[in-house]
Design a protein around this ligand. Sequence first.
Ligand code: DGJ
Length: 576
Amino acid sequence: MRFFARRGRRALFFWPAALLCAGLCGAPTSRAASEIPHLEKRGAATQLIVDGEPWLILGAELRGTASSTLVNMSTIWPELERLNLNTVLLALGWDWIEPEEGRFDFSLVDGLIDAARKHHQRIVFLWFGTWKNGISSFAPAWVKRDQRRFARARLQNGRSVEILSPFSSAALEADTRAYVALMQHLKAVDDRHTVLMMQMQNEVGLNGDSRDRGAAGEKAFAAAVPAELMQYLGAHKAHLSPELARHWADAGSKSRGTWTQVFGEGPITDDLFMAWSYARYLNHVSAAGKAVYPLPVFTNTALAEIWSKRTHPYPAGGPQYYLLDVWKAGAPSIDFNSPDVYAPNFDEIVANFHRDDNPLFIPESAADAHGIANAFFAIGAHAAIGYSPFGIDDTAWLINFRPDKGTPGTEDFDNTPLAKGYSVLHNLAPVILAHQASGAIGAAWLNKAKPSQDIVLGDYTLKVELRRSTRDQGFLSELGYGLAVALGANEFLIAGSDVQVTFQPRTPGPAIAGIADAEVGRFEDGHWVATRKVNGDDILLNYKLAEQAEINQSGSGLRFLPGPPVIQRVTLYRYD
Ligand code: DGJ
């Protein structure tokens, strides 16, 4: 094996040292040390650029209060390293940094940054300011106590709830002041760019009613739809979400008027109105922070059913995919809106959120084997900036999605699906990032309901299927995934688990693709190192060769066994 590994070293895949560092190294390179983390369009993808190089977030989010003290974090940091994370998503509650009005205490922030550096992690801070899950529980007590100064949302039943109104200018000013102070502090202390991005609030949206019925809210609702929104909708008419376009058209496609004149009466119009109102609020906070220190800013969304299926209560106005046009118009200083994906149709949800003007990032989702399938798919099929499952300080999440209370956790961090899957993504990060930019990358996300997917890549169509039995061709697996990049005209690198891959030429010439050479391996110092040849039983997928030839198939392909993903490199040839 050792001898073979040495023979297998191929200088063919060599990257500059800087690119090798992409998403992997702790310290910034000197050339780019002054560059603030930012988003940049690179070829086909918008990427997060950190210290001059693209960064793939292999992240995870801790539960909301895990980062409230350094002592609580002290046992968590080593676990993050064992899970092969390079970035952690940590909450910062407003009340943790401004316990008294105007008195800021950033010792927690400094301690978190310091510990992250020691444990080779970067940070994305979640600003739990005015709202966390739409509720204002992380606002400091001096805000909560002063209901007269900080107006709350008024719901239809007239009862008081702990939700600050998005129409409260006092809340907006106070939140903005605190956030700006935080950004000033980060600018002053974070010369090593440990903090990569900021999440603005958490899962905003009004809980308990379709719109805020307080005096300021009702006044805004009775006024004309703001000209900026009407202009935006007019200019982007051909590309609006189908749901929004239909609703506007059904109400007569007017270009001015009050909310009900332009969009009609009812909860959908309330939703649009609240989306605009939240977007303006978050934009104000974000823009003020960026004026000081322009880290990328994003939102996360508690997903709701589409309008036709929605019933109350739901978080009105949150950045749902069909409201993204309103959010884009109202919050230009927010770089992207992200889905928190707890629903089973991950592939559809991420497709809805990934748009030219909205790069994909997943701040919350699963951490188990399904989660790794999600990560491969989002990163390979939608050029995602990264992936982050939720709640991994509760170790039951590492093996179960949405564990019930009492589900046993695991201490075997190194052998969790997350650690194993992230290890492969780490290894491939430079290739992935380069191919996200070139566009020569794709991915499949498979289950019983969707057992097969074609990926068109370069000169071939790759059919990725759940693993089949060679005896009767029945499917053997229930969850499978694969990420593929085209390294050359006849050469692919594929990483995956529990799938098989066959190839179909797409260009003129001999019609059947055969396997010239295939191996399992990994990258070491930018070189491909083969750890095993793949042939014979490994690649024979269907023995009925005559029948296979009838459909221009060789009967061979790549097979990925269940368990942690592996990387295979294949060179194809063609014959008739
Ligand atoms: C989504 C929220 O954004 C998280 O902060 C947390 O409350 C989870 N839901 C709990 O499932």
